[in-house]
Write a protein that binds this ligand. Structure first.
Ligand code: ADP
Ligand code: MG
Length: 242
C-alpha cells in the first residue's frame, strides 16, 4: 500500500448565500512539500485554508491528514485535533509572554520543559539571542520569525500560512522567504501557503495551485505554469514577474 499524502483535499465546495466561493477544489500535498494556493484577492484562498484548518466548514468535500479523515459530510474533527499548524499575517505574538514562552505556547509543559526545542528553533532563525525578549522589543521581521517557529514547535503534520510575509518591508521579504523555506524543508512539514504574489509562489512552491473564482484553473510545478500557462489569463498573471 502506498503512503497517503500528508494533506488531501477532495472536491471541496463552500457557498455563501448560494454562491460557491470555493468550487470543487481538490489537491494533495506530500510531506516535505510546499503547495502555494495562488490567485487574486477574493478568489477563495483564505476560505479554503480556513476550512482545512477547521475554523470554517465546507458544504461538500473531504479533508484527510495522513490518510485520516478530519472532515467530510458527517465528520468534523475540531481544529486543535487536526495536527495542523497556522500562521497568519495578523496572527500576532502574545504581548505579555516572552519570546521563549510564545514559542512554547502550544507545547506541553511550557517553556521550562521545552527549553532545548525552543532554543534550537530560535537559533535556526537567528533569534537565539532574543529568547528572553518581549514582542514589543522585536522588529516586524523578527516577530515573523518567532511566529514561524511558534507554529512549527508542536511539529504539526501540516502548516498553513496565509499571506505570512505581506506585512513585511519589501526589502526583507525575499530573505525571510528563503529562510522560512529552508526551515520548512528541514522540518519536513507539508505546507499550504496562501499568496496573491506570483513571485512568492515561484520562489517557494513545489506545486502551485492557481485559483480563480473559487476554482483551481491550473496546478503543477512553478515552471510548468510559467512555461505552459493553461490560458491567456494564467499567462497574464505571471507576465509581470521580474
Ligand atoms: P481570498 O483569500 O482569495 O482573497 P476569500 O477566501 O477571503 O478570498 O474570499 C472569497 C470570497 O468569499 C470573497 O468574495 C469574499 O467576500 C467571500 N466571503 C468570505 N467569507 C465570507 C463570509 N463569511 N460570508 C460571506 N462571504 C464571504
Ligand atoms: Mg485571503
Amino acid at each position: 500500500m502506498s503512503t497517503p499524502p500528508r494533506l488531501e483535499v477532495q472536491n471541496l465546495t463552500r457557498r455563501f448565500a448560494g454562491r460557491a466561493v470555493v468550487d470543487d477544489v481538490s489537491f494533495a500535498v506530500p510531506a516535505g512539500q510546499v503547495a502555494c494556493l495562488l490567485g487574486p484577492s477574493g478568489c477563495g484562498k483564505s476560505t479554503t485554508l480556513r476550512i482545512v484548518a477547521g475554523v470554517d466548514t465546507q458544504d461538500e468535500g473531504r479533508i484527510t491528514v495522513d490518510g485520516r479523515t478530519v472532515s467530510d459530510d458527517g465528520l468534523r474533527i475540531p481544529p486543535e485535533q487536526r495536527a495542523i499548524g497556522l500562521m497568519f499575517q495578523d496572527f500576532a505574538l502574545f504581548p505579555h509572554l516572552s519570546v521563549a514562552e510564545n514559542v512554547a505556547f502550544g507545547l506541553k509543559g511550557g517553556a521550562g520543559a521545552n527549553r532545548r526545542r525552543v532554543a534550537e528553533l530560535l537559533d535556526r532563525v537567528q533569534m537565539g539571542s532574543h529568547i528572553d525578549s518581549y514582542p514589543h522589543e522585536l522588529s516586524g521581521g523578527e516577530s515573523q520569525r518567532v511566529a514561524l517557529v511558534r507554529a512549527l514547535a508542536p511539529r504539526p503534520r501540516v502548516l498553513m500560512m496565509d499571506e505570512p510575509f505581506s506585512g513585511l518591508d519589501e526589502r526583507l521579504r525575499d530573505g525571510i522567504r528563503d529562510e522560512t523555506l529552508a526551515l520548512l524543508k528541514d522540518e519536513g512539514t507539508a505546507v499550504l501557503l496562501v499568496t496573491h504574489e506570483p513571485h512568492e509562489a515561484m520562489r517557494m512552491a513545489d506545486q502551485i495551485l492557481l485559483m480563480r473564482d473559487g476554482r483551481i484553473v491550473q496546478q503543477g510545478a512553478p515552471y510548468n505554469l510559467y512555461n505552459a500557462p493553461a490560458d491567456r489569463k494564467v499567462a497574464g498573471f505571471f507576465s509581470d514577474l521580474n
